[in-house]
Every structure is written in C-alpha cells, then in structure tokens.
Design a binder for this molecule. Structure first.
Ligand SMILES: [Zn+2]
Length: 103
C-alpha cells in the first residue's frame, strides 16, 4: 500500500511547478498569453514634477507608527514585460534590503 505521505509529496511538487509557471522571470513565458517574447530586466522609471526621472523604488518601514525615525528601507525595481500583450511583472532588485533588521 502506497503511503499517503508519498502522494502528498508529489502533489506538493506539482503545486510548486504550477506556481513557478506563473512567474515570467523564471519561465521566460508570459503567464497571460503564453508568448515567449519577454523583455527581461527592463528598468522601471518614475516621473515627477517637471518630468524628472528616477529609478522606480519601493519602500518599507520598520516602524511605520514612529513620527520621525520610521526605519525606511528602499530598493529599486525592475520589470519583466511581455512584448505581445504588455503584461508586466515588477521585482525588487534586492528584496533582502527591504527587510527590517531582526532584533
Ligand atoms: Zn503576454
């Protein structure tokens, strides 16, 4: 008799494979239209007053409730863009730097 743990493990592996297929960065394939024409690592540009440009960034706050020292962590973001349908995925360039240092 096959152990249920064995079945479970293969189901988990299949679930991971399905999740991986959803990431353009990993697969080089658009999860929306199936195109493999992916523009990788495009730089996301932010625009502000007077049309100034800056790298698009994301920020996290270690202490969002603080008045002044909120422990802001910022990082730049890159984009994976499908050249067929325009679907775009954003990834932080160094996600680890957005984490608050653990005490
Ligand atoms: Zn697409």
């Amino acid at each position: 008799m096959a152990g249920p743990a064995l079945i479970l493990r293969s189901e988990v592996a299949e679930t991971f494979r399905q999740i991986e297929r959803l990431f353009m960065k990993r697969t080089g394939k658009c999860p929306k239209c199936g195109s493999t024409e992916i523009l990788a690592d495009a730089k996301a540009i932010d625009r502000g007053d007077g049309n100034w440009q800056a790298d698009f960034t994301v920020a996290t706050f270690g202490k969002p409730e603080a008045l002044i020292f909120k422990e802001k962590h910022t990082g730049t973001v890159s984009a994976w863009v499908c050249a067929q349908c325009g679907f775009t995925e954003f990834y932080a360039d160094s996600p680890g730097s957005l984490r608050s240092p653990t005490p």
